[in-house]
Design a protein around this ligand. Structure first.
Ligand code: GLA
Length: 734
């Protein structure tokens, strides 16, 4: 068993839980007569459980059962496993309520626990999964005796991957209604090791840029109240000891398996103790629990690395590939697709699409994806969302004809949809104006001229599902790009009673999950790609449904270096939607070589987003070669270990990263010379991840070098003459 419970460790520590993976330990104590749950240790694997002496309790003069004079001092400094609101712990808490009498304070004390092999599913939520021989779970039941509110804290350790997941189920076992006003999923209380907080930020077209700031006194938080995980902030935080780099330093990371409002914060207390917490954002959150009802808070994935960010990255990659992505496409090459968005925008018809498909099929492209504009009177982005009926003016003969013609070319067919939305100018809205999320009596704020559907309503969910399914049943559609192009505002509903409006944000996310689950049940062969105005819903919750997510509407190869660096910090390359597009680039107006665009897109899912009938002939001629490279390298890229070697965001001149096969027999390094430097002959690259003893040959070159030499003495990449140039370096071992 990877989880053990030890009894009566000392006078004050009644129980001790030790949760081990192959290289980490996590230790929890049940403390004092009142059975407080305290955090004792998280970090590198401990070979013994005698660690309770490190709990800051003996030095605390105010242990409640012994000297309750200053209980607040105890509560305000004790490292809590699941801190509650209002009774003396002034740091950021994990749970708060409004009880029947209007009070808000509570305290969660240990009641019982159970340990078992495997991991339960979380009701209506995406969550990591594992077989009984892969993971072990611990559930600690706690209770607030005064209100009867219980919390079941679930911990699961995945022994081989070194990961721990946490979530919380909250149950009203009392006699009166309780409103949950905050229900976070995880907390980590520990000493400050001179930490820096690493997080991901951005905007539309520049998602997930890496930021690192020192953790100082006060609170630093990363959050979204936009109804989705967002372009702006990402549900992730890593605390790194100062000086942490790819190879060295300690890292404590939390990542939220959720696609809605979130908050993750770190606070440095008066005693230089750190508290990091993560959960659904408490703003506008108020969940009513009648007696007997329960609330499931989403899951947090926790990774500890004692060997820098690189180790953290590879742990997340392995974990998501093995324990979160369910799609049958997870371990398969995805068809090389061509998407018509940047090629035509709304101005297309069957003829144009078939011309693109015909040309594309000759070049080796395997799937045509028809983007926005095929339904209702959708001639621009001002109308028709919700009217999921094929526009036969654009597509005479309907979808069936188009898809059959595409199939005849030997290509698959995929389609774009934005099921969560409703345009004011749509038949759906004219018929059901109350189906949009809105505050009754107040005109809603438009965004891209659209509103969001009220997924807290069963009728809206069922209608939306049928509209999607009808389209998918009507032709041989093998891929769906599920888009979401505006964030939520005007939180109000025509159906939810006033005391449940605070449930809308979360119910909305549950609705999205339900629709995707139903869709995949009925169409299990579908390749689903989630998307949100580019990469605003790139989160682990979505990965549970779709093995790939559109990374950004910015397809410029140079901008993509930063976006893909930040994304690949946590997500496997196989999940990053990446396409070669035309130049000047539509987001930044930059012109880069077609070759570089191909090299950068190869480290994602790979595809095209351009009018292949119109691009320069010399670019078009490169496509078969690029497709060949995709087929040659994709198994390695999809399944290998990722190493960051140089970062253009940091050095402003060049970028380099590599993927090494698990058996270390093969590696592919991508080098991009963003800006040339005069009178500079070559860059020395220190390869990473190779087997030091193995001999490797660089493809296209004569010499054979040991991994040791390539990693320690390096490899010289010649000056590529010019800006935005790139080179792939493929090496094969004996
Ligand atoms: C979003 C997506 C784009 C495209 C458009 C269509 O912005 O990210 O790729 O599908 O919507 O409206």
């Amino acid at each position: 068993m990877a989880i053990h419970c030890y009894e009566n460790i000392s006078k004050n520590v009644k129980k001790l839980f030790k949760l081990d993976t192959i290289d980490t330990s996590y230790v929890i104590g049940v403390v004092d007569e009142e059975m407080f749950l305290g955090h004792i240790y998280y970090g590198a694997l401990l070979n013994d459980y005698h660690v309770a002496h490190t709990l800051r309790i003996l030095e605390n003069p105010f242990i409640p059962s012994q000297y309750n004079r200053d209980r607040v001092s105890f509560l305000d400094s004790f490292p809590m496993e699941y801190p509650a609101h209002g009774l003396g712990d002034y740091r950021e808490d994990c749970i708060s309520i409004v009880a029947e009498n209007g009070s808000t304070g509570l305290s969660m004390q240990y009641v019982s626990h159970k340990i078992w092999k495997g991991k339960p599913e979380l009701l209506h939520l995406p969550a990591a999964f594992g077989r009984e021989d892969e993971c072990t779970s611990l559930e600690i039941l706690c209770e607030d005796a005064c209100t009867g509110l219980q919390a079941a804290l679930l911990y699961t350790v995945f022994e081989e991957t070194g990961v721990m997941t946490r979530s919380v189920r909250i149950m009203n076992k009392g006699k009166g209604d309780i409103y949950l006003t905050k229900a976070f999923s995880a907390c980590l209380d520990m000493d400050n090791k001179d930490f820096e907080a690493l997080s991901l930020h951005g905007s539309w077209a520049r998602e997930r840029h890496i930021q690192r700031v020192p953790v100082s006194h006060g609170k630093f938080s990363v959050e979204s109240v936009r109804g989705e995980s967002s372009h702006q902030d990402h549900p992730f935080m890593a605390l790194c000891t100062r000086g942490t780099n790819q190879e060295q330093g300690e890292v404590y990371a939390m990542h939220f398996v959720y696609s809605g409002n979130f908050k993750v914060s770190v606070q440095n207390s008066q005693f230089d103790q750190i508290r990091m917490v993560m959960g659904i954002h408490p703003d506008d959150f108020k969940w009513k629990l009648e007696p007997g009802e329960e609330f499931q808070a989403p899951e947090v994935v926790m990774v500890y690395s004692s060997r820098g960010l690189g180790k953290m990255t590879r742990t997340f990659h392995d974990f998501y590939r093995k324990h979160l992505i369910r799609s049958s496409y997870r371990d398969k090459k995805r068809p090389v697709l061509i998407n018509n968005w940047e090629a035509t925008y709304f101005d297309f018809n069957t003829e144009k699409l078939l011309a693109i498909a015909k040309q594309a099929s000759l070049l080796g492209i395997e799937m045509l994806v028809m983007d926005d504009g095929w339904f209702g009177n959708r001639y621009d982005d001002n109308r028709a969302l919700g009217d999921w009926i094929v526009n036969e003016e654009k597509l005479p003969g309907g979808l069936k004809y188009l898809v059959e013609e595409v199939n005849k070319l030997g290509m698959k067919f995929g389609i774009w949809m934005e099921p969560e939305m409703i345009s004011p100018d749509s038949d759906l809205y004219r018929e059901h104006p109350d189906w949009a999320i809105a505050i009754p009596g107040r005109e809603g704020s438009l965004c891209r001229n659209q509103y969001v559907l009220d997924f807290s309503r069963r009728d809206v969910l069922d209608h939306t599902y049928e509209s999607i399914a009808k389209i998918l049943r009507s032709a041989n559609i093998e891929y769906v790009k599920w888009d979401m192009n505006r964030q939520l505002t005007d939180i109000g509903s025509a159906c939810l009673p006033p005391d449940r409006i605070g449930e809308l944000y979360h119910r909305y996310v549950l609705g999205v999950y339900e629709l995707q689950e139903r869709m995949l049940e009925e169409f299990p062969y579908l390749l689903l790609e989630n998307c949100s105005g580019g990469g605003a819903r790139f989160d682990p919750g979505m990965l549970y449904y779709s093995p790939q997510i559109w990374c950004s509407d910015d397809t410029d190869a140079i901008e993509r270096l930063k976006i893909q660096e930040g994304t690949a910090l946590i997500y496997p390359l196989s999940t990053m939607g990446a396409h070669v597009s035309d130049c000047p680039n539509h987001a930044v107006g930059r012109t880069t070589p077609f070759e570089t665009r191909g090299h950068v897109a190869l480290s994602g899912t790979f595809g095209y987003e351009l009018d292949v009938t119109k691009i320069p002939a010399k670019d078009r001629r490169m496509i078969p070669k690029q497709v060949e490279m995709y087929h040659k390298y994709n198994n390695l890229v999809r399944e290998g270990d990722y190493y960051r070697i140089a970062s253009y965001s940091e050095n402003h001149y060049y970028d380099c990263y590599g993927v090494v096969s698990k058996d270390k027999k093969e590696a592919l390094y991508t080098f991009v010379q963003v800006l040339n430097v005069p009178n500079y002959r070559s860059r020395r690259i220190y390869f990473k991840g190779l087997d030091p003893e193995r001999k490797y040959k660089v493809e296209g070159e004569k010499g054979v070098y040991t991994g040791d030499v390539l990693m320690k003495a390096g490899y010289l990449v010649e000056n590529l003459e010019g800006d935005f140039k790139s080179r792939l370096i493929h090496i094969v071992g004996n």
